[in-house]
Design a protein around this ligand. Structure first.
Ligand SMILES: [Zn+2]
Length: 1083
């Protein structure tokens, strides 16, 4: 392997980094795919326009292999410790595409990255300007207003009686997207649509230019658009269905959502009176509505005046926001040279050019402009958080982080805070010292790292060193960064298969063994390595454990049984963990024999704790880190450490004891997890339950070791094997680091205070993960501990120390610079709602461990109301009192928050099991922003509108039943499931083409895949499904839903803008409710 452990340090950018191609991986399903193109390692991006005086790029210089090398002294002597790496072909430096015969393909990125779906280029002078060049403020405002206006028709058309949404004079005439008729729903609004508004809010300064000479991003101007009418006086009768958590209802006017414009309108009945199903589409009765809010009246519970509709088309549309961002920002790369730059949305396909800040694929923030003081932050209630995915997979077009080798001296760091060298360090005294951008301490530049400065004070090797000019890069770690001051051995994978009765009978054991035979050829490899360095071992178990000796010299594998599960030990060392190629025939023989050996088993009981202990002990004995792949089917009730009892009790839902359902029933597994983390033993769990098996307890070790959990309830070979095998293949092959420790450093004024994700923490700063894969995300919250300054901004540096799949110790560094503000408006202008929702969901999902679920929901609602009320109070025009005003960047906060509130963890329906909830809770905790976005607001695509001749997806539509037509077929995906919904009136020809049957009634709803039919529609739909699978980290379950069929209930659960059968509010109702909450805070 190759990665510059030899004498050359700091490879020049222009040169492809041989070997370090980031865990090239075979394609799924074993299909060899073409190698990664050279362009992936293409020359470094060049000078950053956002930084002062760009030094003229000297491509030829940068392309020379020696140009970036530090003084020879740094690397002439090989550290003795490096001898341990000789097996990786030290000096085996080759450029270009590896010649290995193994397929080289990175796994699909979890970020959507669709070829062919990029929007048409827009003619904008700069990629930093979401809405084009700054127009006159009036024009710009009207542009934004068009997107935000709620009930804009109060001007453009006379409102229906009783539907005054605001004083006419305060609403800009808009003929764009949110017309009350709905006819313009998907019409992109443009500045030309509609005359300028009558007034322009003042006092909202633009963001400071982050760097001199850089055009200022002007996107996300505040949108201060009167939406709802000022309230008439109100009787304020009755409690809300969402009890406020801010004290008693003062009974403020609450009926602003209906009635003619307030100035002339007589008092209206209270909030509840207008409900009764009055907003949005009037649909059939939903009798169960309100059930999950026990003890409180629900929206529809009181009699009132005849329903008055608030047109759903007049409220902010997620689809519109997503489409606008795609067309505005998807056509040009996102260049990271500018401080505090808000990236495009996660739903937009864009390329990233690293010019000094980490790509948004690695770090996304709730806000890119953070308040200077803690008082301001508290006032706004906007959480300051970063969602970090340190090993994120990049699209092939983007360069992987460069690996920097400083030889035995290791990376250059600040003497005091130990921050790593990064683009924000300031070199002084002619380059002899540098001042730390995090703590201001001045540190001597080591002799081998010295370099002269140019006339601007920049080192002349600036562009040759990734750590000086890029946001993300890696350092090769020295032995000082290794456990026990010893370089690590390559990791091991141990496959541990439940062979109890259910596992054998369902065909699962045979399936796993068959799959392992081929999957072992696709273990993660580093760079050019011919074969994976990972060793493998095998265990089977029921009430006892069976270890296998698969040493290459054996003719047949040998089994050793350990029946004393109370004191687990590993009965063999030599021959347990082996190289796949060397032991190939013995392993194949073992995998053939296992299903036969247990074919007649009668054993139904299993152990679980001893299985993990066995894997842990094996890794300890081998002195390496690694991963356990445990395939498990049932609640471990056999007598053994970690034995569990069935304590499921759905009666606890909505009681103060509900939290116990999420808590582990014993501390055994968290103690075991601690030991696992200390050893670097990561546990991935594949569960196949036919009944409750206590995911909340079994998942603890997985969760705390950074592992993944998969659940296939009622596993059946025919319907579930594709999904399981795809998940398994991806899980085995994906990039993973071991023995990982992550530390987030911040510049003076803020610090990381809270962490969410799958990891273990033994102190308050270090996030420890036995394993960290490319899909795992850690959300970090920051709090002020001092004042920040607008000039210096705020900096984050995330440093991840880990062992690569070949056993190399590395540091991956991500840097991000943010702006700071003294005006709240700047904060609200630079927020990212998708990231905010990621944080809020994780915060709430952790909250259910310690608080009643209802309290968690209330606190979410309250926090969001405070965020929006603060905006309303401090940033919106005073003339708009009483109207619902949402910040442009947060206009989807209500709809998305409502989806979190309605999710299975916070508001379960009757069909949702306790295990489902624990499972979802665990999954969401490690999700990135793209995953939480689609999980909470699923993507709904009209398949019958797809263009069979193009590669693109049909335009998504809003998640509401009223958007569905009986004559069409739709696809809904949320990252875990894909539903294909078929309307009752779909043309027979379409049914024939897609399902191969002649009528609606013949469509089977037990299909787990669509039949492969040779016609354009079938091909198109299957290609869409394949494309969606590639975008997600898990293989989604396909469910066919026929309209008016029983399964439709399940599908409707995901139409998140509608009222849910479990009591979740519709979007329209929830928006009204948020409005009420906000006004209570303001009154
Ligand atoms: Zn420092």
């Amino acid at each position: 392997m190759s990665v510059n452990q030899h004498t050359h340090a700091g490879p020049p950018y222009g040169q492809p980094q041989p070997g370090y191609q980031g865990y090239q991986q075979p394609a799924y399903g074993g299909q060899p795919l073409p190698g990664v193109p050279h362009t992936q390692y293409g020359a470094y991006n060049g000078p950053m326009p956002g930084y002062q005086q760009p030094v003229p790029p000297q491509g030829s210089v940068r392309a020379l292999p020696t140009s970036g090398a530090p003084p020879p002294a740094s690397g002439t002597s090989l550290p003795s410790g490096h001898q341990g790496y000789s097996q990786f072909g030290q000096g085996d430096v080759q450029n270009g595409i590896p010649t290995s015969t193994a397929p080289m393909q990175r796994p699909p990125a979890s970020q959507p990255f669709l070829p062919g779906s990029a929007p048409a280029p827009v003619s904008q002078p700069s990629t930093f300007q979401q809405y084009g060049p700054p127009p006159s403020s009036v024009q710009q405002l009207s542009n934004h207003m068009a997107g935000m206006t709620i009930g804009s028709t109060s001007i453009s058309a006379p409102p229906p009686a009783g539907l005054g949404y605001g004083p006419p004079t305060s609403v800009p005439p808009v003929s764009g997207s949110f017309s009350a008729t709905g006819s313009g729903l998907y019409t992109p609004y443009t500045a030309s649509q509609g005359p300028p508004p009558p007034s322009v809010p003042q006092g909202l300064p633009l963001a400071q230019p982050p760097f001199s000479g850089q055009s200022v991003p002007t996107q996300r101007l505040p949108t201060e658009v009167p939406g709802f009418a000022p309230p008439p006086s109100s009787t304020g009768i009755g409690p809300s269905s969402y009890p406020p958590s801010t004290g008693p209802h003062p009974g403020p006017p609450m009926s602003g959502l209906h009635g003619p414009p307030p100035p002339t309108h007589p008092p209206q009945p209270g909030y509840q009176m207008q409900q009764n199903g009055s907003f949005g589409q009037v649909r059939g009765p939903q009798p169960n509505y309100g059930g999950a809010y026990p003890g409180t009246p629900n929206y529809g519970s009181q009699p009132g005046p005849p329903p008055k509709r608030l047109d759903p088309d007049s409220i902010p549309s997620p689809i519109q926001v997503i489409e606008d961002d795609r067309s505005n920002r998807g056509s040009e790369p996102f260049v990271t040279g500018v401080r505090g730059q808000v990236p495009p949305l996660v739903t937009t396909n864009f390329l990233v050019k690293d010019q000094g800040n980490a790509s948004p694929r690695y770090i996304r923030c709730t806000s890119y402009n953070i308040p200077c003081t803690s008082d301001m932050a508290k006032q706004s209630q906007v959480p300051l958080a970063a969602v970090i995915k340190p090993l994120a997979t990049l699209p092939p077009e983007e360069a992987l982080p460069y690996l920097v080798d400083h030889g035995e001296s290791g990376p250059v760091r600040c003497n005091r805070c130990k921050a790593y060298m990064c683009p924000f360090m300031q070199f002084i005294e002619g380059g002899r010292r540098f001042q730390c951008c995090f703590c201001s301490c001045v540190t001597e530049v080591p002799a081998h790292y010295f370099q002269h400065l140019d006339h601007t004070g920049k080192r002349v090797d600036f562009y040759d060193r990734p750590e000086l000019s890029l946001g993300s890069y890696e350092f090769l770690a020295t032995v000082d960064y290794c456990k026990n001051n010893k370089f690590p051995s390559p990791p091991a994978f141990i496959f541990m298969i439940d062979v109890s009765y259910n596992a054998v009978k369902s065909g699962l054991v045979r399936l796993i063994c068959e799959e392992l035979k081929s999957i072992l050829d696709y273990l993660p490899r580093e760079g050019n390595m011919e074969e994976s360095a990972i060793r493998v071992g095998f265990v089977t178990y029921n009430k006892v454990l069976h270890f296998y000796n698969v040493k290459s010299s054996l003719a047949q594998p040998q089994m050793m049984v350990v029946s004393d599960v109370a004191d687990m030990f590993v009965p063999l060392l030599d021959g347990f963990l082996v190289n796949v190629n060397e032991s190939r025939t013995v392993i194949a023989s073992l995998l053939d024999q296992i299903p036969e050996m247990f074919a007649d088993t009668r054993e139904t009981e299993t152990v679980f704790g001893p299985v993990i202990q066995a894997g842990l002990e094996a890794l300890k004995a081998a002195e390496c880190a690694g991963k356990l792949f445990i395939f498990h089917t049932s609640l471990p009730i056999a007598e053994a450490p970690g034995k569990l009892k069935n304590r499921d009790d759905k009666k606890l839902i909505n009681t103060d004891k509900e939290k116990t359902l999420f808590q582990p029933q014993t501390s055994f597994y968290s103690n075991l997890a601690k030991d696992c983390v200390a050893q670097g033993c990561c546990v991935d769990l594949f569960l196949f339950p036919n009944q409750y098996l206590d995911v909340a307890t079994l998942g603890v070790v997985t969760y705390q070791t950074g592992g993944s959990i998969y659940k296939y309830a009622y596993f059946q070979l025919e319907t579930d094997q594709d999904r399981f095998l795809n998940d398994l293949r991806r899980d085995v092959q994906k990039e993973v680091g071991f023995d990982a420790v992550m530390r987030v450093r911040t510049s003076t004024g803020i610090r990381a205070t809270d962490f969410f994700g799958a990891f273990y923490m033994s102190n308050t700063t270090d996030v420890e993960m036995a394993g960290l894969d490319c899909d795992k995300t850690i959300t970090v919250e920051f709090k002020h501990d001092d004042k920040l300054s607008e000039d210096s901004g705020a900096l984050l540096q995330c440093a991840l120390l880990y062992t690569s799949c070949a056993g190399q110790r590395r540091l991956r560094i991500h840097n991000l610079s943010l702006n700071c503000c003294t005006q709240l408006a700047d904060l609200y202008r630079n927020c990212e709602t998708d990231t905010l929702i990621n944080y809020l969901a994780k915060y709430a999902y952790r909250g259910v461990l310690s608080s009643p679920v209802k309290a968690v929901r209330d606190s979410l609602i309250n926090q969001c109301a405070q965020i929006l009320a603060c905006y309303r109070k401090n940033c919106a025009s005073p003339s708009s009192a009483g109207q619902l005003i949402l910040p442009e960047c947060m206009k989807l906060l209500p709809v998305y928050l409502n989806c979190v509130l309605k999710s299975d963890v916070l508001q379960p329906g009757p069909e949702v099991t306790t295990d489902d909830r624990a499972y979802i809770r665990q999954l969401v905790t490690s999700m990135d922003v793209a995953e939480t976005n689609v999980f909470f607001y699923p993507r709904l695509l009209p398949l019958t509108k797809a263009d069979v001749d193009s590669d693109s997806l049909p335009a998504a539509i809003r998640n509401s039943e009223e958007r569905l037509s009986k004559g069409d077929i739709y696809l809904l995906e949320n990252g875990l499931n894909i539903f294909v919904w078929v309307g009752v009136n779909v043309q027979q020809g379409l049914i024939q083409n897609l399902f191969g049957v002649s009528s609606f009634s013949q469509i089977s709803n037990t299909l787990s895949t669509l039949p492969v039919l040779e016609n354009p529609f079938s091909k198109k739909v299957r290609s869409i499904i394949d494309m969606l699978h590639l975008q997600r980290s898990r293989y989604m379950k396909l469910i066919i839903v026929k309209q008016e069929d029983k399964l439709e209930m399940l599908f409707k659960h995901f139409l998140v803008e509608d009222k849910s059968l479990t009591g979740g509010a519709s979007y329209v109702d929830f928006l009204c409710h948020m409005h009420k909450e906000i006004r209570q805070l303001l009154s």
